[in-house]
Design a protein around this ligand. Structure first.
Ligand code: SF4
Length: 261
């Protein structure tokens, strides 16, 4: 289940991967695999290039199907695989693509980590709220993670204490900001200084979309725009600071049913 691409083999790291963002499985089921993704999805390396090859996609879909169909079986299989001596002292990057998409899957990973103390696990994640609730209070001792900007939960990242990663237009911008690049080794994301700069992939249409911004800056623009649109749909009650929905934005019966379900 674990693989190595060229870059990871060079630093002795193994990967576990899911489809990026969302997937439709061959049987028609769909699953969101990066629920907190936002701006990042528009420059996602794992939705580009070799990741789109049918054989590669099929392998990532098979990983997801195993997790969805038989989480206990997947957990046992992962522990069995990681118990092989070749993984002793090695690092596993959880999610070359994809994220900790729900609580049961996240907790299954925690059990795998605790069952494999001779292996070190690390991850980039945009599941900030899930991690602050489920992981931060009692993390497995062999798990390192970095919150990465560009998701719906960026506002919950505390850059004054959290380990954080941001995508920059290039390495010069990383240095100018006083952050530290992980370009030399992906492990620097969790072993190097706490403010981690990731240079953007040199893919012309991705760079064009970034438009010289850091991913966190782009996401902040998206968040501000969303907040502006929400405010436009609200009517302030005169003389109070209480905001109530305008009549045209009250849920219709069908919406109300869905929320109650
Ligand atoms: S969270 Fe990562 S894998 Fe998922 S869409 Fe964003 S960049 Fe891609």
């Amino acid at each position: 289940m674990l693989t190595q691409n060229r870059a990871m083999r060079a630093i002795g790291v193994w990967n576990w991967t899911l489809p990026a963002l969302a997937a439709r499985l061959p049987d028609g089921r769909t699953q969101v695999t990066c629920p907190a993704a936002s701006a990042c999805a528009q420059i996602c390396y794992a939705r580009n290039g070799t990741y789109r090859f049918p054989a590669v996609k099929a392998r990532h879909q098979a990983n997801l199907a195993f997790v969805l169909d038989d989480l206990p079986g997947w957990e046992s299989a992962m522990i069995r695989e990681l118990s092989a001596s070749r993984f002793t002292g090695k690092f596993i990057r959880v999610h070359d693509a994809g994220d900790f998409f729900d609580d049961p899957y996240t907790l299954a990973w925690c059990r795998v980590m605790r069952a494999c103390p001779d292996v070190t696990f690390y991850a980039y994640t945009k599941e900030v709220l899930r991690f602050k609730r489920l992981i931060e209070p009692a993390p497995p001792s062999n798990f390192l993670w970095v919150y990465s900007y560009g998701g719906k939960e960026d506002a919950h990242i505390d850059p004054s204490r959290d380990r954080v990663a941001d995508v920059f237009p290039d390495t010069t911008a990383i240095t100018a900001a006083g952050w530290s690049s992980q370009e030399a080794s992906d492990l620097l994301a969790v072993l190097g200084p706490r403010l981690v700069g990731v240079p953007a992939n040199n893919i012309p249409h991705f760079l064009k979309r970034m438009d010289g911004r850091r991913l966190s800056e782009w996401q902040a623009e998206i968040d501000a725009d969303r907040a502006r649109k929400q405010r436009r749909h609200l009517r302030l009650v005169p003389g109070t600071s209480l905001a109530v929905p305008s009549p045209q934005n009250l849920p219709r019966p069908a919406d109300a049913d869905r929320h109650a379900a």
